[in-house]
Write a protein that binds this ligand. Structure first.
Ligand code: ZN
Length: 110
C-alpha cells in the first residue's frame, strides 16, 4: 500500500524512516483531518418529494404497486436520506396511474 504523503506534512524524511509506518500514518492522517476540518459543514438537503416518489411508483408498475396495496392496504415509501415517509393509499395510487393515461383496465376476468 503506497500512499502519497501530503506536501504540507511536517515530518522530515528522517522521522519518516525511523518511525513505525503506523505512527507516521496516524500523524499524517491527524494533520490531514485538521487541515480539512470544516467548522460548519453544509447541511445535506434531500430533494425528495411526494411527486418524485409517485413517479418512482409509476416506474415500478401498477401490478407491483397493486400487489403491495393488496398485501398491506397502502404503499409506504421511506426515504433513506431524510427519513421522510410517503404513504399512498389505494385512492392515491389509482390517481397516480390514471393521470398517466386513459388506460383504466378493469380486472381482467378469465
Ligand atoms: Zn428524502
Amino acid at each position: 500500500m503506497a500512499a502519497r504523503l501530503p506536501s504540507r506534512q511536517q515530518l522530515s524524511n528522517e522521522e519518516l524512516l525511523k518511525e513505525e509506518p503506523e505512527t507516521v500514518f496516524k500523524r499524517l492522517f491527524w494533520q490531514t483531518k485538521m487541515q480539512h476540518f470544516e467548522p460548519a459543514p453544509a447541511r445535506f438537503q434531500c430533494t425528495c418529494s411526494r411527486e418524485k416518489v409517485g413517479g418512482m411508483l409509476k416506474m415500478l408498475g401498477r401490478e407491483e404497486v397493486d400487489s403491495v396495496i393488496e398485501e398491506r392496504g397502502s404503499v409506504e415509501v421511506h426515504c433513506e436520506f431524510c427519513n421522510q415517509c410517503y404513504e399512498f393509499d389505494p385512492v392515491d395510487v389509482a390517481q397516480l396511474f390514471v393521470s398517466k393515461g386513459i388506460r383504466v383496465s378493469p380486472a381482467s376476468g378469465h
